[in-house]
Design a binder for this molecule. Structure first.
Ligand SMILES: NC(=O)c1ccc[n+]([C@@H]2O[C@H](COP(=O)([O-])OP(=O)(O)OC[C@H]3O[C@@H](n4cnc5c(N)ncnc54)[C@H](OP(=O)(O)O)[C@@H]3O)[C@@H](O)[C@H]2O)c1
Length: 324
């Protein structure tokens, strides 16, 4: 089956117009069922959703092994159908604790070597770094550029960087995509980052399109769900206030004949052909809803949605706070 494509960045590759965010299948959002996750990835590929987003630190390698099983498991050879986007750099202990970031050149190459083994592949389509404040971005991107030249990486991406660093990264080697949180309730990217990416021809893979589940009723509670532990929007009075947004979105979506998730996905997808919403679906039902989302809503509907969900009504920072 085919799914509409978009180009990732001005000169970048064609990928599916929405991507599958695989993180929650291994980590952070409470228990996940492996067979559901595998079926979801299978179905995404069958439906033409090629962009699969992972990170080497999602489940400390587990998420990459899951992808390998979905793509290269017994009797399967689906590697060529997928566009695998891998983030690296976050350091984690055996208990899962975040220990910092390592994006020194040797660490970049070591991380990629291990990712290739876990993914059972010999190349990554898009390799993506966050910021290691102890390493000039030029050194990190320079090491990634070596990997491009050697054929292990096809495109370079960056995640959650500020404007000045984005410019420096792009001056070192063309950056294909920036990953950044973007949704109707998280719009800070619009001030500086999005215009800069458009100027430089960098595509966006947007995460948190459903507000990390906040917009669709997840409370982030539960022992293995990190949201209530590290995301201020999922905590205490903030959560209580933010829960009101769920009903607002439900009402709005119902009037438009959409589900709340579809309205949230469609809002992001409507912001530009250079933006690819990632959807954190981990079951077939969630994925099918995303597949059926419109990718372009009329301006009047978008404006009504923004009015119904003003960003200043959202309580708490979208950024994680690792202090416990
Ligand atoms: N670069 C970064 O810093 C960064 C940060 C976060 C995420 N990411 C990437 O972006 C991807 C997507 O982000 P995300 O998972 O945080 O955000 P998300 O898609 O905004 O939220 C995922 C949540 O939405 C729920 N959901 C998914 N589909 C739904 C549907 N059709 N109806 C109702 N609820 C639905 C999920 O429910 P269930 O819990 O029921 O499954 C889950 O709780 C991740 O998988 C990861 O690959 C990157």
């Amino acid at each position: 089956m085919t799914f509409p494509n978009r180009f990732l960045g001005r000169n970048g590759p064609a990928v599916s117009a929405i991507g599958l965010g695989c993180m929650g299948m291994s980590d952070f959002y409470g228990p996940s069922v492996r067979t559901d996750a595998l079926q979801t990835i299978d179905r995404a590929l069958e439906a033409g959703i090629t962009l699969l987003d992972t990170g080497d630190f999602y489940g400390m390698g587990d998420n990459e092994m899951l992808l390998a099983e979905a793509l290269q498991g017994t009797g399967k050879n689906k590697r060529d159908r997928a566009f695998i986007q891998v983030k690296f750099g976050a350091q984690r202990g055996p208990d899962g604790a975040f220990l910092g970031t390592d994006a020194r050149p040797a660490a970049v190459k070591t991380a990629l070597a291990y990712s290739l083994k876990r993914l059972k592949t010999d190349y990554v389509d898009l390799y993506m770094t966050g910021l290691d404040p102890t390493v000039p971005i030029e050194e990190t991107i320079g090491a990634m550029a070596d990997l491009v030249e050697q054929g292990y990486v096809r495109h370079i991406g960056i995640s959650n960087l500020d404007a000045a660093i984005i410019r420096r990264a792009h001056a070192t080697h063309p950056i294909t995509a920036l990953q950044y949180e973007y949704s109707v309730i998280s719009r800070d990217m619009e001030a500086e980052i999005l215009p800069l990416c458009r100027e430089l021809g960098i595509g966006i893979t947007a995460y948190g399109v459903l507000g990390r589940g906040l917009l669709t009723g997840s409370t982030g509670a539960g022992e293995t769900d990190w949201r209530s532990k590290i995301l201020p929007r999922f905590q205490g009075e903030n959560l209580e206030a933010n829960r009101k947004l769920v009903a607002v979105l439900q009402d709005f979506a119902r009037q438009e004949g959409l589900s709340p998730a579809q309205a949230a996905i469609a809002w992001v997808a409507s912001q530009g052909e250079d933006i690819i919403p990632l959807v954190g679906a981990r079951t077939l039902a969630r994925l099918e809803e995303a597949i059926a989302s419109p990718l372009k809503l009329p301006a009047g509907i978008l404006a009504r949605m923004e009015k119904a969900l003003p960003t200043d009504q959202v309580q708490g920072s979208r950024l994680m706070s690792l202090r416990r």
